[in-house]
Every structure is written in structure tokens, then in C-alpha cells.
Design a binder for this molecule. Structure first.
Ligand SMILES: Cc1cc2nc3c(=O)[nH]c(=O)nc-3n(C[C@H](O)[C@H](O)[C@H](O)COP(=O)(O)OP(=O)(O)OC[C@H]3O[C@@H](n4cnc5c(N)ncnc54)[C@H](O)[C@@H]3O)c2cc1C
Length: 283
């Protein structure tokens, strides 16, 4: 899994499947359910931490094979399959003068992963541009979900449960392509100035209400703190980076150390934004 996640850590999965259509995905889920084989769904792996012991089951990898973009009837309405990368979608929208997703410039995830995480930046998030989603349950049955206001919360979709997002319906608005391009360029520049280059999963912890996790970690004096090959970035304290051949257990050790020290220094409980996959029961 180290090659399938941006942190570059994690042991092997028993198998990896790349469904190329929603029909494929449905057949796969039906078979896995019948055979009672555990599975995990992964997009770009830019917000996951997989255990060194790996995953005793199948990783369902939703990538460019399941990445079609289809304009729908109605101004600015698009159906995008879940494996499409945000960057590719943003390029597509820029060319056609569709605005709304600029905030996502530089977020390295898929459309499905971004909706599951309600990804956001610069004061905007996915909830503002999604109209509906096509979901699949564990038995491979597909259904449409129309969003009600307030259903997506900060970096999570609590109601998604174990369903897989197979496609997302976006509502965007027409705008000048040059303006969209300029905004994306500017946001990418700001991102490069703030974020470390080393392998990471982006912001490791969620921001507590009205606070920035990075500021709290920095104030506790933890920049540069190490757990094996994992380190609290010197550039942005909410980025835990892999700078020396780290293992997943190094990240978990560092995560717990940061949580303990922040709690002692400020009384604040930091909750990881990154999703842990597999077994982490070693001390
Ligand atoms: C350098 C860097 C910068 C980042 N900047 C930001 C940022 O500014 N804002 C932000 O919000 N995030 C940021 N992230 C985190 C990450 O890119 C986002 O959370 C992204 O949306 C995750 O998408 P993914 O496809 O990589 O999901 P994955 O990491 O593959 O999966 C994340 C979670 O979503 C689930 N999942 C994935 N696809 C599906 C699906 N189709 N259906 C159901 N569940 C699914 C997985 O099981 C897992 O629980 C950053 C990451 C990096 C490495």
C-alpha cells in the first residue's frame, strides 16, 4: 500500500481491484459480499495511513478507469465518476468556463475521496458545489442521494456509512476561463508557499473549533519532533512528513506523541483527519 498512498507507508493488501465501470464495481461488491471478503475503498490515498501489517482483504481502487465526466441537462450540472482526480476535473472545468471548484486547486484527491472527506480549503468546501451523489451499498445496489443543507460537516460526511460513492453530481456556475485559471494559479502559489514538499497526507489533524491545529502544535514547540522516520514539518506543523523511510508505526507513534504534548500544553484534544486503515495494536 506504500505505493498507493501519499504518505508512502503501509504493508501489502491481499488484493487490489480497479473497477472500470459502475457495473464492474457492483459485480465486485456482490462477489466480495457473497464470499465475505473484507474490503476497503481507496482513491488517490492522499488522506490514509495504512498499517505496516497491511490489509487482510481487497482494496477497491477507484482511479482514472472510473473517471468519466458527463454534462447533464441544466446549467452547470455535471456527473463525474468517483475515480476522477480533482486536478483533471478542474482542468476540464476551466476549459469550459465552469466555476466553483477553484478552492480545490492543489488538493491531490479523487472526486469520491473529496466528497467523503468534504475536502476544503480557503474557506470553501465540497458541500457548496455538490447537488447529489450516486452511492453503492455493500450488496452492490446503486441509488441516488440528494443532499439536504447541513448534511456534510467539517471534513466528514457522517451519514455516508459504509456506502461507496460511485459518482458525484456537481452544480457549478459559468464564468470566464481566464479568471478561473488565474484564481487556481494564485491558490496553487499560496499552497506551495505554505506546505512542505516532503511526502505527507496533507493536514494530519482536524482543526478544533475556531482554532488551527498547526498553530496549536507549533505553540506547543513541536515543530521538528520525530517518531522514527516521521517528523512534524518545520514548514507547517500540521503536516507530519515522511522524510527518512518512515514506517506506519512511526506515524502512529508521532501522532500519539503530538496528541499527548498538545493536551498537556493547551488541554486540547486533537483528532486525526487522516483515516487509519488496518490494525495498529502494537505498542
Ligand atoms: C499535499 C496534500 C495537500 C492536501 N490538502 C488538502 C486540503 O487543502 N484540503 C483537504 O480537505 N484535504 C487536503 N488533503 C487531503 C486529501 O487530499 C483529501 O482529503 C482528498 O479529498 C482525499 O481524496 P483521496 O481520493 O486521496 O482519498 P483517500 O485518501 O484514498 O481516502 C480517504 C477516505 O475516503 C474514503 N474514500 C475514498 N474514495 C471513496 C469513495 N469513492 N467512496 C467512499 N469512500 C471513499 C477512503 O476509504 C478513506 O476513508 C491534502 C493531502 C495532501 C497529500
Amino acid at each position: 500500500m506504500a505505493t498507493l498512498s501519499t504518505l508512502g507507508v503501509g504493508g501489502p493488501a491481499a488484493g487490489v481491484c480497479y473497477p472500470a465501470s459502475t457495473a464492474d464495481l457492483s459485480r465486485l461488491l456482490k462477489a466480495l459480499s457473497r464470499l465475505t471478503i473484507p474490503w476497503w475503498v481507496v482513491g488517490r490515498g492522499s488522506n490514509i495511513l495504512v498499517a505496516d501489517s497491511g490489509l487482510a482483504g481487497v482494496v477497491i481502487l477507484l482511479g482514472s478507469e472510473l473517471g468519466r465526466i458527463q454534462p447533464l441537462a441544466g446549467e452547470g450540472l455535471l456527473r463525474v465518476e468517483a475515480g476522477r482526480g480533482l486536478a483533471g476535473l478542474l482542468d476540464w472545468c476551466t476549459e469550459r468556463g465552469l466555476s466553483g471548484l477553484e478552492f480545490a486547486a492543489g488538493i491531490p484527491g479523487t472526486v469520491g475521496g473529496a466528497l467523503k472527506m468534504n475536502a476544503g480549503a480557503w474557506g470553501h468546501e465540497m458541500s457548496e458545489v455538490v447537488e447529489a451523489a450516486e452511492l453503492m451499498n455493500r450488496e452492490g445496489e446503486i441509488f441516488r442521494h440528494d443532499f439536504r443543507p447541513g448534511e456534510l460537516s467539517y471534513r466528514s460526511w457522517p451519514g455516508l456509512g459504509e456506502n461507496i460513492i460511485s459518482a458525484v453530481i456537481f452544480r457549478l456556475r459559468p464564468a470566464n476561463p481566464e479568471g478561473i485559471k488565474a484564481r487556481c494559479r494564485e491558490l496553487n502559489r499560496l499552497r506551495r508557499a505554505k506546505q512542505p514538499k516532503a511526502a505527507s497526507a496533507g493536514s494530519f489533524f482536524k482543526n478544533p473549533p475556531d482554532e488551527a491545529a498547526g498553530r496549536i502544535i507549533e505553540a506547543a514547540g513541536l515543530k521538528g519532533l520525530r517518531g522514527g522516520g516521521a517528523m512534524v514539518s518545520m514548514k507547517h506543523a500540521n503536516f507530519l512528513v515522511n522524510n527518512q523511510g518512515a514506517a506506519a508505526r512511526d506515524f502512529v507513534r508521532l501522532m500519539r506523541l503530538v496528541q499527548e504534548r498538545v493536551k498537556a500544553a493547551s488541554g486540547i484534544d486533537l483528532e486525526p483527519e487522516v483515516r487509519l486503515m488496518g490494525r495498529f495494536d502494537d505498542p
